[in-house]
Design a protein around this ligand. Sequence first.
Ligand SMILES: Nc1ncnc2c1ncn2[C@@H]1O[C@H](COP(=O)(O)OP(=O)(O)O)[C@@H](O)[C@H]1O
Ligand SMILES: [Mg+2]
Length: 297
Amino acid sequence: MDQADNLRLRIVARTPAPAPAAEPTREALRVIAVTSGKGGVGKTNVSANLAALAARAGKRVLIIDADLGLANVDIIFGIKPMRHIGDLLQPGVSANDVLAQAAPNIHILPAGSGVQRLTELDRKDKLRLVAALDTLEERFDLVIIDSGAGIGDNVLFFVGVAQEVVLVLSPEPTSLVDAYAVVKVLSQQAGIRNFAVVINPVVDEMPARDMFQKLSTVTGRFLTAKLRHLGYVPRDENVHRAVMAQRPVVDLFPMAPASRALAAVAERLFSEPAPQILEGGMKVMWQRLMREAEGPR
Ligand SMILES: Nc1ncnc2c1ncn2[C@@H]1O[C@H](COP(=O)(O)OP(=O)(O)O)[C@@H](O)[C@H]1O
Ligand SMILES: [Mg+2]
């Protein structure tokens, strides 16, 4: 069994739901990673706005900020988290202390700079971390991981635990090769099969459409990965204005072209159930993260 099989061990194919039991069961946890081939294509904006839209629909959202880039999720929500995931190893620090509330239904778990340390932990510390994070299980319906760009260890580390990957693609010819490389590595090394593509920022739809077609054709031919198209987000000055105002654009300018497009993207993404069920919920997710941290890839 290779590493990808191992990773996927606890993820089972979706089967028809059994007849509802008397006890109401809560909706399964959904884990989505947002990634891209290149940096600066709008991952953080897509993550923050998907979170804002899901929260508006009543979902309790956890954003894991795993991007080491400059414009992080906390900036878009205008908050300044003081701690990161690695601080959970200090005595007396609980998951609650590390989470930062960004909006009524949105919390951020800053992970980026803490991740480096996770790879150096011993088994006892990892178990402690899993136990601390496990207390979050009941608090969230949706986890959005704002990952870094490219195919580095940090990206593989986080994206490997997601059921579904949102791939942000910029409509420039050069981004096609980078995007293909990401799909290739994530499908072959992290066992990710389902990619939902958002093209951003779009000035002209024709080349963007063409780009999705090309990517879809080559991945279909050479890789065991399925791509679905979530939509185009137009280049829109309001995105920049919203970043400056430290609010998600869908909240600040709900009628702006980019906001409408993001709402359509969210609608398409969330209207379909997760392609796979994450058995064991968040606990398994953390365990997998820790297992990933165990050795060099
Ligand atoms: N649709 C868009 N229209 C205009 N500017 C955008 C759009 N999407 C992103 N941007 C801008 O591009 C920059 C990078 O976005 P960001 O979400 O931080 O990318 P990443 O997380 O991939 O590095 C930001 O300054 C943001 O304001
Ligand atoms: Mg970013």
